[in-house]
Design a protein around this ligand. Structure first.
Ligand code: NCD
Length: 325
């Protein structure tokens, strides 16, 4: 949405703000958001829907497939008494198929709704959408290999609930560090806090881009790149596993070479884990966490991590739409 010059940063006020990148947040902004989450959890668990977003309509326009992000946004809006206009696969089921530009599509849907949530295969598209919108905030639900800020908010909250802090942490991120947008946003979030150390476990081809690597180091985070499970530190607070992003490869054979190079098994957890860590994954998983792990209490990917995604999106929407302060 058209913002004043300093409007990009959240700066203590979410109302009317686009959510494009974790760079917009300060530690205070994150804690403000988190302060509303337990109330959202209470609301979600009541059988009577809340009326916090009554009369509000949010457009969900997803140019890429989605289960959790689409589902949790839809549920969050409806749990708070709001409604959605859902455009899935706009390349086939909207005027995009007739050649309509992104800018026109955004300007049309802002006439119908109070906010637009967009997922797109090209990095930078949410920012372009925000620049095109005159009246309503835009929320990035994943832009190519760029960022996925709302996933990072749920991930940061999950770590915060478990560890009671977001500084002085030791974490392991594994899989597709180069193309994983959830990782790009989560690293930005962890950079906001002091004394965090992250081990990045990936094949060489899937390391973080050098520009991002240097930029994050400058912000004070310790990043240690490793290529073997043997170098996983045994005292990590969390493991954040990810899928190799098949859709970002030009050649299937290149994907086949690196897919499931690193798989979490009982043995890996026994050898390199500890009793207090949590095992996270943004999902979907396609083999990189063995299902035998699911019953382990430390595996939060199908439990609190998922639920937190709903509550955090409820709080975020209510703040952006001016229903919470
Ligand atoms: C992720 C995404 O879309 O970036 N999924 C999600 O939103 N939870 C991760 C992935 O697709 O690997």
């Amino acid at each position: 949405m058209r913002q004043k010059d300093d409007g990009y940063k959240i700066n203590g006020s979410f109302k009317g703000k686009d959510i494009i990148s974790l760079d917009q947040f300060s530690t205070k902004d994150l804690l403000l958001l988190f302060s509303h989450v337990s109330r959202m959890k209470d609301l979600a668990q009541k059988s009577k829907p809340s009326a916090l977003l009554a009369g509000k309509i949010v457009t969900l326009i997803f140019y890429e497939p989605s289960s959790r992000t689409f589902g949790s946004f839809s549920s969050a809006i409806k749990r708070l008494g709001g409604q959605t206009v859902a455009i899935l696969d706009p390349q086939h089921f909207s005027s995009v198929s007739k050649g309509e530009t992104l800018e026109d599509t955004i300007r049309v849907f802002e006439a119908y709704s109070d906010a637009i949530v967009i997922r797109h295969p090209i990095a930078g598209t949410s920012k372009a959408a925000a620049e095109a919108a005159f009246f309503v905030p835009i929320i990035n639900a994943g832009d190519g290999i760029g960022e996925h800020p709302t996933q990072a908010l749920q991930d940061l909250y999950t770590i915060y609930k478990k560890c009671n802090r977001l500084d002085n942490l030791m974490g392991v991120m594994a899989g597709d560090i180069l193309n994983g947008r959830t990782i790009h946003s989560l690293l930005r979030g962890l950079c906001l806090f002091k004394k965090n150390t992250i081990y990045l476990l990936s094949p060489k081809q899937l390391r973080l881009s050098r520009a991002d690597f240097l930029r994050f180091l400058k912000q004070g985070i310790r990043l240690i790149e490793i290529e073997s499970e043997k170098n996983i530190p045994k005292n990590a607070h969390f493991w954040y596993w990810t899928r190799v992003q098949k859709e970002r490869f030009e050649r299937l054979s290149d994907y086949e070479k690196v897919k499931n190079r690193f798989v979490v098994t009982k043995k890996l957890l026994e050898n390199f884990g500890n009793t207090h860590l949590i095992l996270m994954h943004p999902l979907p998983r396609v083999g990189e966490i063995h299902p035998e792990i699911d019953i382990d209490e430390r595996a939060v990917y199908l439990r609190s991590q998922i639920r937190n995604g709903l509550y955090i999106r409820m709080a975020l929407l209510a703040l952006i739409l001016g229903k919470l302060t």
